[in-house]
Write a protein that binds this ligand. Structure first.
Ligand SMILES: [Zn+2]
Length: 306
């Protein structure tokens, strides 16, 4: 007997609804605002109330220069092993799975790529990056997540100290379309609703990175979403990448945080608030901004004394 397609769809919806209910009953659901919003995350996820949380405001003048920090060297980013990547809307972000042939050199351990995803704002609140640099808020941020493959599989290490290494790439807007980001943004309409996923052609992930991989901030922090595990070696590049206003608009308006069979809600403002730095030291791989900051201060001092 062949089950008519509408029955298959109907049964599929039932499974989906049950899965969502079970998640809510287990206390594992979370949102950015409202009853399960970020102020309430520590109630269900204690690490979210920890003292080494992310994101933070990266302050050049307060960062410690570490001349031993080498340039980040991506390996296997240019020609990924897989011919396709899986693009998925998980209701919190859009996520691209990455092959284990991609890894990083320039960190104390071998870190293997797992996935990348984005954070963004909305038309009303265009500041959508999670990290700030010197109080400056960018429109969006890309996170490329890697795990310490010397220590085990991702599920073994994702909540352990230094278990993850995340590259943070700040995204600005400008007049020109970014062909690297077009590889993702042009497919967003195919995962418009939560829990949808599609294969997309693989592409050169280095095209998503800024030009100066030797200029970055380094600090110990956390996942910026529950369970907020304090397991992340953060590398946030000081130079943003640029996408067009039109690409940013597509990112802000195409996705929903809700599955197809529920009342639609736009997926926007998936941004955690800035967290206290507390006792942590933020290291910086370069010196020029510190020199400029000192120069600006000197200029201010001279002109205000005249
Ligand atoms: Zn993220």
């Amino acid at each position: 007997m062949v089950i008519p397609s509408f029955c298959t769809t109907f049964l599929g919806s039932c499974v989906l609804v049950l899965a969502v209910c079970r998640s809510a009953a287990g206390g594992a659901s979370w949102t950015y605002t409202g009853d399960h919003g970020q102020e309430h995350w520590p109630d269900s996820f204690p690490d979210c109330g920890g003292t080494s949380q992310s994101p933070i405001n990266l302050k050049t003048w307060n960062a410690v220069h570490d001349g031993s920090l080498p340039p980040i060297q991506p390996v296997g980013y240019r020609t990924p092993d897989d011919s396709t990547f899986t693009l998925a809307n998980n209701g919190h972000t859009v996520k691209l799975s990455l092959p284990s042939s991609m890894r990083l050199i320039g960190l104390p351990n071998n870190y293997t790529a797992a996935q990348l995803h984005l954070h963004w704002g909305s038309e009303e609140h265009p500041g959508g990056a999670e990290h700030y640099i010197d109080d400056q808020e960018y429109p969006a941020e890309l996170h490329i997540v890697h795990y310490n493959s010397d220590a085990g599989k991702i599920n073994d290490v994702k909540d352990k100290p230094n278990g993850l290494a995340v590259l943070g790439i700040l995204i600005a807007t400008g007049p020109r379309s970014n062909p690297g980001f077009a590889n993702i943004i042009n497919h967003l309409g195919r995962v418009s609703y939560a829990e949808q996923s599609v294969p997309i052609p693989s592409f050169n992930i280095e095209d998503l990175l800024p030009s100066n991989l030797d200029r970055y901030f380094r600090y110990s922090g956390s996942l910026t979403t529950p369970p907020c595990s304090q397991s992340v070696v953060w590398t946030v590049f000081s130079n943003p990448v640029q996408i067009s206003e039109s690409q940013m608009e597509t990112l802000r308006t195409t996705l929903h945080s809700t599955p197809m069979n529920r009342p639609p809600a736009v997926l926007e403002n998936n941004v955690r608030h800035i967290q206290p730095v507390n006792y942590r030291t933020v290291y910086v791989s370069f010196v020029m901004e510190k020199g400029l900051s000192a120069g600006k201060f000197l200029l201010f001092f001279i002109t205000s004394s005249m």
